[in-house]
Ligand binder design. Structure first.
Ligand SMILES: NC(=O)c1ccc[n+]([C@@H]2O[C@H](COP(=O)([O-])OP(=O)(O)OC[C@H]3O[C@@H](n4cnc5c(N)ncnc54)[C@H](O)[C@@H]3O)[C@@H](O)[C@H]2O)c1
Ligand SMILES: O=C(O)[C@H](O)CO
Length: 322
């Protein structure tokens, strides 16, 4: 039987799912979380390592001679040095599709909060402002309708497309930017444009591309400067896509109207992360993927990824192409 080590199982299964599917496949050891200096001793005898956000660097992978397979318990696999794994013949897989609907749903939870300030209005009512009001209605901030507005999607993969469909249901126009590597496919109701044009024309910019060396700080001061003053920026993909200092400066200076992010450059964030003290920036703690429904699918696909690897027919490989 193969040794299987889960380095950071807690966020996937804080207690409401079960690991029995995985436990049928080998000698399984599950850690809730693993610090950087604990990875090598914990994974030393493992042929299979599963990780969500515990990084597998060149140094770590090179120090694990028994390792044959790394299963990422997520769609984004930027925490893995995939090149080193490839050089050493180690298969890396991810879990695509499990949270597509949940992430797109959070995009609109964030966007609707920016448009309607539901939390702020409810808090005001509970604090007695409606009771004291002389009118039947009052607003704490300008309210915005999405119909006829333009959303610009950076990345039109699975989550980007689901977001496009919901946006269209709200009556929004949809612009998109792709990886630029080949002619983008026709997608109903979506206009492909260059990044600069997307930044200029969009009322809402939403990020859905992976974090790679090419996309790090894709949203920087120069690109934010292209946005409309009334525009919103939404990030449910990965924090390092945004230059956070530049975004905080733009928000504090009224250069754009607001932002909402589910991800930050380091997670959990340092207390001095500039977005934490920026008032017109909504921040959620990387929850887009974490609905029960999505986590159930994640567990199921992650187990089937391991089963397929053991059977010699690995699927969802992210590092052996090219
Ligand atoms: N917040 C969360 O909980 C959560 C959950 C799932 C996924 N994610 C993030 O969302 C990302 C997207 O997930 P997905 O399922 O849609 O992946 P996907 O692979 O289906 O789509 C990614 C798309 O981005 C495009 N792309 C690559 N580089 C680009 C670039 N430079 N500019 C524009 N587009 C580019 C790709 O061509 C692809 O179409 C993941 O990589 C992950 O980082 C976050
Ligand atoms: O990429 C993903 O699947 C989410 O960010 C959760 O890790």
């Amino acid at each position: 039987m193969l040794n299987i080590v889960v380095l950071d199982g807690y966020t996937l299964n804080p207690g409401d799912l079960d690991w029995t599917g995985l436990e049928r496949l080998g000698n399984v050891t599950i850690y809730d979380r693993t610090k950087a200096d604990e990875i090598i001793p914990r994974a030393a005898d493992a042929q299979i390592v599963l990780t969500n956000k515990t990084p597998m660097t060149r140094e770590t992978i090179s120090a694990l001679p028994n390792l044959q397979y790394i299963g990422v318990l997520a769609t984004g696999y930027n925490i893995i040095d995939t090149e080193t794994a490839k050089e050493r013949g180690i298969i890396v897989t991810n879990v695509p599709t499990y949270s597509t609907q949940s992430v797109a749903q959070l995009v609109f939870a964030l966007l609707l909060e920016l448009c309607h300030h539901v939390g702020r209005h409810s808090d005001a009512v509970h604090e007695g402002e409606w009771t004291r009001s002389i009118d039947f209605s009052f607003t704490k901030a300008p309210l915005i309708e999405l119909a006829d507005k333009t959303i610009g999607l950076i990345g039109l993969g699975r989550i980007g497309r689901q977001t496009a469909q919901i946006a269209q249901a709200f009556g929004m126009r949809v612009l998109a930017v792709g990886s630029g590597r080949r002619n983008p496919p026709e997608v109903a109701g979506v206009e492909w444009v260059e990044l600069e044009e997307l930044m200029e024309r969009s009322d809402v910019v939403s990020l859905h591309c992976p974090l790679t060396p090419d996309t790090e700080k894709l949203i920087n001061a120069e690109r934010i400067a292209l946005m409309k003053k009334s525009a919103f920026l939404i990030n449910t993909s990965r924090g390092p896509l945004i230059d956070e200092q530049a975004l905080a400066k733009a928000l504090n200076g009224g250069r754009i109207a607001g932002a909402a992010v589910d991800v930050l450059s380091t997670e959990p964030p340092a207390a001095d992360n500039p977005l934490l003290s920026t008032s017109n920036c909504i921040i959620t703690p990387h929850i887009a993927w974490a609905t029960k429904e999505a986590r159930e699918r994640l567990m199921e696909i992650a187990v089937s990824n391991v089963q397929n690897f053991i059977n010699g027919k690995a699927v969802n490989i992210v590092n052996l192409r090219k």
